[in-house]
Write a protein that binds this ligand. Sequence first.
Ligand code: ZN
Ligand code: ZN
Length: 286
Amino acid sequence: MNVSTQMITTADIIKQARPAYAAILDFYSRVIAAQEKNRERISIPPIQIDPDLLSVRKKNEMPLIDPSEFRIDRDAAVALFIEICNLAEDWAPHLAEDAAVMKTALQDGRIDLDALFSALLDSRFEPLEEMARAVCVSAEHLSMITYLSMAPGIETAAQQLSGHLEPQSGLKNGYCPVCGNAPNMGFLDDTGSRHLICCFCYHTWQVQRMGCAFCGNLDMENQGYFFSEQEREYRVSWCDHCHNYIKVVDLRHLSRDFFPKLEMAATLHLDMQAKEKGYKGHVLPT
Ligand SMILES: [Zn+2]
Ligand SMILES: [Zn+2]
């Protein structure tokens, strides 16, 4: 079974358990499959880091690069942008109208994807908001589809860069050792070791088992987690010191294949619960 088929099968298993997520999973499983296929055509030279700078960054446990240093394979990302718009038209009713407008606006030049790619890499949201206003689409939708179309390139570059990391690099850090962004999901492996997944480049790194994933708070009175008996595979860890939360998948209780992006899409109810309790999480850039 190839990865895409395995993922669609896993999405079906989640849908049976939680039918409310059927539409979301129908869309996202196809987007993730399109991203996987898109990765095969990506051609970007590895990001070069000056050796002296690299050793300073490693010595000080700084991220290897700033997100603005990621490079995008433009042709691959543009093709994926159009494909995701098509998928949204077919599978995501709440996005369909904006997706159709974005596709037309890309073709007639009113959407400049190069400018959007740079804006997202630099965390400059004004150009994105201006462009969204000009073509009358939601800035959130434009940002989401732009990010999804860049993501395979970012992940490829992060994988290349991760070769520079020492084993167990970032063990004490609540930020990505590759790009410095926050994690948006964690998981406990078969041995109970804790790993975090970057919200931006999807690099996965191991962290120490105890303490807040974000601020390292070790005071057990100020942190904890909640879970539901019906979903023993998930827990939501929260911290009253930094007021962040993170969804954690316990692989020891997961009886299906683990595709983090699918689990993220199928656990929005946990984000809602955590936010209702006053905690903030880290999601894809919007
Ligand atoms: Zn990262
Ligand atoms: Zn904390």
